[in-house]
Ligand binder design. Structure first.
Ligand SMILES: [Fe+2]
Ligand SMILES: [Fe+2]
Length: 269
């Protein structure tokens, strides 16, 4: 059995100070095998925001698979945006923009979808897909394969906007590698979906798990949330936890269970 804690859209610079100590305690108590953070670590890619995000990540268990989001690329300063896009991210968070973890049960790859040009929407490119193939193709079929991006492959329920750029190209690579689950954020809406709804690839459907913003005040009507994902021999349980400020707790909002079949993941009773 493996446990992955999935956090997203931390947005240091716009965090709720009341949530930081409890979320650190909560995640450490879960004792996850991996912590995945799907981007937007900062609000405006400022140095002080990056330092706060770095300190926060240091207080969580490792290994961690962290990817940047659009907010981690400077927006308004044109020189910083186009020339020094992820300099601060590399300096304060990690120089590894294609992080990868694998053990006897799971493999998790992170892909940087943040871009200076398509700032809001994000994108995947062919070089990144080649890296994914190199990382995930050698992983035996019986392991659960997970890919972490900031921008999602489908819109969470109620979201308006666009999915990650070149998603139709990328989904073919994900199918070739038999990726089981995609973790993402960006819309600050927690949701679970399947790739087969948007992409018609016979015999292939991966789970799409979105997280709300875990720590920021930019909840767009949803409470702060995170996912605790438990993976065991062809079954996945996605436990959504939401922040309850009154009781200072992360309560279980839902637990969704799925089983792997030849045609993809089906909901288990
Ligand atoms: Fe965000
Ligand atoms: Fe974002």
């Amino acid at each position: 059995m493996r446990t992955v804690v999935h956090l997203s859209d931390l947005h240091f610079g716009r965090t709720d100070p009341a949530i930081l100590a409890p979320i650190i305690t909560f995640v450490n108590n879960v004792r996850p095998d991996v912590v995945a953070v799907s981007g937007d670590l900062t609000q405006r890619a400022r140095t002080r925001e990056y330092i706060a995000a770095r300190d926060f990540l240091h207080s969580l268990p490792s290994p961690q698979i962290v990817v940047p989001g659009n907010h981690d690329v400077p927006l308004r300063n044109i020189f910083a945006r186009f020339v020094r896009s992820l300099d601060h991210y590399r300096r304060y968070i990690t120089a590894d923009l294609a992080p990868f973890y694998a053990d006897a049960e799971i493999a998790i790859a992170g892909v940087n979808t943040a871009r200076a040009f398509t700032w809001k929407q994000g994108r995947i490119n062919r070089r990144q897909l080649a890296t994914l193939r190199r990382q995930l193709m050698p992983v035996p079929e019986n392991r659960t394969k997970i890919v972490v991006t900031h921008h999602p492959f489908d819109l969470p329920a109620g979201a308006e906007g666009r999915v990650v750029g070149r998603s139709r190209l990328a989904i073919r690579t994900l199918a070739e590698c038999r990726v089981d689950m995609l973790l993402a954020g960006h819309f600050h809406i927690a949701d679970t979906g399947q790739t087969a709804k948007r992409y018609n690839i016979p015999g292939y459907s991966a789970l799409i798990v979105s997280s709300g913003t875990s720590t920021s005040t930019r909840g767009r009507g949803q409470p702060n949330s995170l996912n605790v994902i438990r993976i065991e021999a062809g079954t996945v349980a996605i436990e959504r936890r939401t922040w309850q400020p009154a009781s200072v707790r992360f309560d279980v909002l839902s637990i969704e269970k799925f089983e792997r079949t030849n045609a993809g993941w089906v909901r288990a009773s």
